[in-house]
Design a protein around this ligand. Structure first.
Ligand code: IVH
Length: 681
């Protein structure tokens, strides 16, 4: 080990101070006095000294804010507790309903529930994990269970403490936060980009998401990102206060930024007063919001209320009304989706709605378009609500005589993309191209969906690359993706694809061989098979071949699968075209998607509870039932809702009820919470 001289020691401390100061000038005071180059020079010197004398390490050193090297790709990270979403409410009636459901859930007959009310920020959800008070990792929400590791990027955000202030932090604490770019900083950034002749950013939310998903954290560091912390995930080792409001105050004491507009309100009237207050000052706030969030203040009540699917019953988002503007329809195109659905889409004179430039709006289907009587050339009102695709609401008829309007576009008898017949069963509103995978548009959409993040997650394979691969004829179906490595020289010659991007693409495709059966089933794009149904099918059949052989009756035996979905699954696997593709996919070597058992790899092959059926009853003190369920499932257990002869364990929390009696009668092993925790660890 090299020992620093007193000069080196002094220089290191000096550089840390100077770098911190210039970072602050750049980010907070908006008054940089060093050029990027001069700054980098100092930074590199500091980095060299830190690397030479690791014994002088300080987790608070500014070098920990900017990583030295760009990443090759984002690593995946499991959240300790899933990151949930929020149910939406739109009217005061909805808010009264929410409060009623909360009170019913708590068995309350009198009195008011206190809520923590705060703005719903329009940014990007992040999970920060602090271990013994030091920032350990940061991950994006991803699919709620697994996100992308963006620790290096998050470290560059000046307001994020690398170590928590004060003492007495939990051993592990997950902090949930929203990352965003303040409105003024966004305008300034765009003006700068414009001056430099670079592409400007569409809105603060996209700009924030784009900045976080930079493999090179130095680029992230140059974006004016900030965040507010609003909640907790996993907490281990430590005691936290009993209310949401006090927890946020504690966050602030730890040095974590929290929203100053938060407050405690009482009952639905308190919620609505807060909503009105925030609506009136929405445009004066320094950040964009799209509504407000109400959360039951008392944590024990939150735990008692639990979850429904992915949404907590103890919290909800009250959204501001959708924004509407008028513009002209330049043309109406017909898009063909991955299941052949034909959707008329209005191409618009570009307009800004809620900070986003809108150039297309959906007309949903031909019946809807005829009902609204939307025609090319019309002036229309369009609406955009949150993340939803903008839609045409109605036509504004001016004084021009109706004869001057262009004719209504009718549903074509043949697909505009492939010429196959268009079919529309009487009871359905959607018309579909019958061309299946012979239709080029369906093919492209199928590949795009297969590669998408929630499906096979093939990084970089978006719309443009799909189009390019299809045009090159190297790819006609999703199965061809796994043969692409044999065509490397051909790929490298394609326009806009260099050696580097080909390597990245082939690597991303290779990685996707590790996806699970449920993701794979979702990726196939079977009509009406979303992520939930795909998971149910995977769990029920356990492997692809058994599922492919199942008839509609067998399919209807699956949770969430009714006659229509069963028919769609059956039809999908009966089509010779689809069978051929799936057979090719089954022949890809070293894949994890053929059977459910391989799924265990997620948790490093630890499946000690495989084939064990567990039932949970009563209230657990250390986690919600939902969390216990997820953690047991990760270890391979099947968690069932009712006790039966085949149940292996019953986990009994507080106030267990009739399930406990039944389990005792059947002689089933009963575990208390402590025993459950031992089992989980
Ligand atoms: S609480 C269990 N609070 O909205 C509670 N979320 O629709 C989960 N969001 O993914 C979220 N501001 O990205 C919560 N004050 C706030 C929020 C907020 C913005 C986002 C967050 C979440 C999404 C849910």
């Amino acid at each position: 080990m090299t020992t620093p001289t007193p000069e080196e020691h002094e220089r290191l401390h000096h550089l840390r101070r100077v770098v911190r100061e210039h970072n602050d000038r750049y980010h907070r005071q908006d008054d940089p006095i060093l050029s990027d180059q001069e700054f980098d020079h100092l930074f590199q010197e500091l980095l060299r000294l830190e690397e030479t004398f690791p014994e002088l390490q300080d987790p608070d050193s500014p070098i920990h804010r900017v990583g030295a090297k760009p990443l090759a790709e984002f690593a995946k990270r499991y959240h300790g507790k899933p990151m949930l979403s929020l149910s939406n409410r739109f009217s005061s009636g909805d808010v009264h309903d929410f409060d009623r459901q909360v009170r019913e859930g708590l068995g309350m007959t009198t009195g008011q529930v206190d809520y923590l009310a705060e703005p719903k920020l329009d940014g990007l959800a992040i999970n920060l994990t602090y271990k013994n008070g030091t920032l350990h990792t940061a991950a994006t929400r991803g699919d709620g269970t697994v996100g992308e590791d963006v620790t290096l990027q998050i470290r560059t955000i000046p307001v994020v403490p690398l170590t928590l202030h004060g003492g007495d932090h939990p051993g592990i604490v997950e902090i949930r936060a929203e990352v965003f770019i303040p409105v003024a900083a966004f305008a300034k950034l765009n003006a700068q980009l414009h001056r430099l002749g670079e592409k400007t950013l569409v809105n603060p939310r996209n700009a924030a998401a784009g900045a976080i998903r930079q493999l090179d954290p130095k680029i992230t560091a140059r974006r004016p990102l900030t965040l507010f912390c609003y909640g907790l995930g996993l907490v281990e080792g430590g005691h936290l206060p009993p209310t949401q409001g006090e927890i946020l105050t504690l966050f602030a004491q730890w040095g974590l930024p929290v929203c100053p507009e938060r407050t405690i309100v009482s009952g639905p009237e308190g919620c609505l007063n807060y909503f009105n207050y925030l609506s009136s000052m929405r445009h004066d706030l320094p950040y964009e919001i799209d509504g407000v969030v109400y959360k039951v203040n008392r944590i024990s009540w939150q735990e008692q209320l639990g979850f429904r699917h992915r949404d907590p019953r103890w919290a909800t988002a009250h959204k501001f009304p959708a924004q509407e503007v008028s513009t002209r329809v330049i043309a109406i195109d017909i898009q063909v989706g991955r299941t052949g659905a034909l959707t008329p889409v209005a191409r618009l004179n570009p307009v800004h709605v809620g900070g986003v430039e809108v150039t297309n709006a959906t007309l949903h289907n031909f019946e809807e378009m005829a009902r609204k009587d939307v025609r090319p050339g019309d002036t229309v009102v369009i609406r955009r609500a949150g993340d939803v695709i903008p839609e045409v609401v109605r036509v504004i008829l001016d004084d021009a005589s109706p004869q001057l309007r262009q004719p209504l576009i009718l549903c074509p008898s043949h697909c505009p993309s492939c010429g196959a017949e268009v079919v529309k069963p009487d009871q359905e509103t959607v018309a579909r191209c019958s061309g299946g995978l012979s239709c080029p548009e369906q093919r492209r959409e199928a590949i795009k969906h297969f590669a998408s993040r929630r499906a096979m997650d093939i990084d970089g394979l978006g719309e443009k690359l799909c189009e390019l691969l299809l045009q090159s004829q190297l790819v006609t179906t999703v199965a061809d993706l796994y043969a692409l490595h044999r065509h490397r020289p051909h790929l490298e010659k394609l326009e806009r694809l260099g050696e580097k991007s080909v390597s990245n693409l082939l690597h991303a495709i290779d990685q996707s061989r590790g996806r699970t059966l449920e993701r794979f089933l979702f990726a196939l794009g079977i009509r009406d098979v979303g992520e939930r149904t795909a998971t149910s099918l995977a769990r029920h059949f356990g492997n692809l071949e058994t599922l492919m052989a199942a008839d509609p009756d067998a399919l209807q035996g699956v949770a969430d699968v009714g006659p229509i979905v069963a028919r769609h699954v059956y039809d999908f696997f009966s089509s010779p075209q689809h069978r051929a593709i799936v057979q090719q996919l089954l022949a890809v070597p070293d894949t994890q998607w053929t059977t459910m058992a391989m799924d265990a790899n997620r948790e490093g092959n630890r499946q000690p509870l495989a084939n064990k059926t567990v039932v949970i009853t009563g209230t657990l003190a250390s986690m919600s039932r939902q969390e216990a369920k997820i953690r047991l499932e990760r270890l391979g257990a099947k968690v069932s809702g009712s006790v039966a002869q085949k149940t292996h364990f019953l986990v009994a929390g507080d106030q267990p009820g009739s399930k406990l009696q039944k389990a005792k009668a059947l002689g089933i092993t009963i575990l208390n919470e402590e025993e459950l925790l031992r089992l989980l660890s």
